[in-house]
Ligand binder design. Structure first.
Ligand code: HEM
Length: 187
């Protein structure tokens, strides 16, 4: 299970006596893979758009000047021509030799959660500095008990600018570390 594997990684690298911190991130490849896999299957911004400034040809398509183009990140993330078992949440795919080089900085076109080029997201560095630590500390400190009767998290989405969930996620965080680690020395 993904959550247990992530907890194991954090327990091995950081332990439970101090809170995970930014400098731990390079030693937490599974957490990095979870973030990429989440971006692949649930891109926070599912469509990029561009307007063609001049006539151009992309593949076999003639794009006339002025055309509004949409890049559908959501469907690229679920395309079986690009990803094996695309509908399965498998962070391990980013640890395999063939995919381990793929990052989110706009150079690998199969995974563009922050867009790419001159209009790519200027908040990328801030987001990628904060996100891993926020996610890793939640995983380190809590188990998450799902409250639905069947124990399954419904990941379906409804239409919307930022891939909103169809059903709210309701779960109960259960502490797995002593509260004192929040005040532990940062080394
Ligand atoms: C997980 C976090 C984030 C994701 C997934 C994300 C994603 C994106 C995407 C896909 C775009 C469009 C890029 C393109 O068209 O090529 C964008 C644009 C933008 N983002 Fe983010 N973003 C995130 C966080 C942030 C943060 C933290 C900031 C600011 C502190 C920010 C500020 C902006 C701005 C100002 C633009 C418009 C850039 C332009 O049009 O030139 N974003 N973002």
């Amino acid at each position: 299970m993904v959550l247990q594997k992530a907890q194991q990684e954090i327990d091995q690298v950081v332990g439970r006596n101090r809170l995970v911190q930014e400098s731990d991130f390079p030693r937490l490849p599974y957490i990095q893979a979870i973030i990429k896999e989440s971006f692949r299957i649930h891109p926070p911004i599912p469509l990029l758009n561009r307007r063609a400034l001049e006539d151009c040809k992309i593949g076999n398509y003639i794009i006339p000047k002025g055309t509004l183009l949409f890049v559908n990140l959501w469907s690229m993330g679920r395309d079986p021509k690009i990803w094996k078992n695309p509908l399965e949440f498998q962070p391990e795919r980013f640890l395999s030799q063939s995919n381990s080089e793929i990052d989110v900085r706009g150079l690998h076109y199969q995974l563009l959660p922050f867009g790419t080029g001159r209009r790519g997201c200027p908040g990328l560095s801030l987001a990628m500095q904060e996100l891993p630590t926020a996610l890793a500390s939640m995983i380190q400190c809590f188990d998450f008990k799902v409250t639905s009767p069947d124990g399954v998290v419904d990941m379906s989405e409804r239409p919307g600018l930022s891939s909103p969930r169809a059903q709210d996620l309701v779960c109960v965080p259960v502490a797995r570390c002593a509260p004192s680690i929040v005040n532990s020395d940062v080394r």
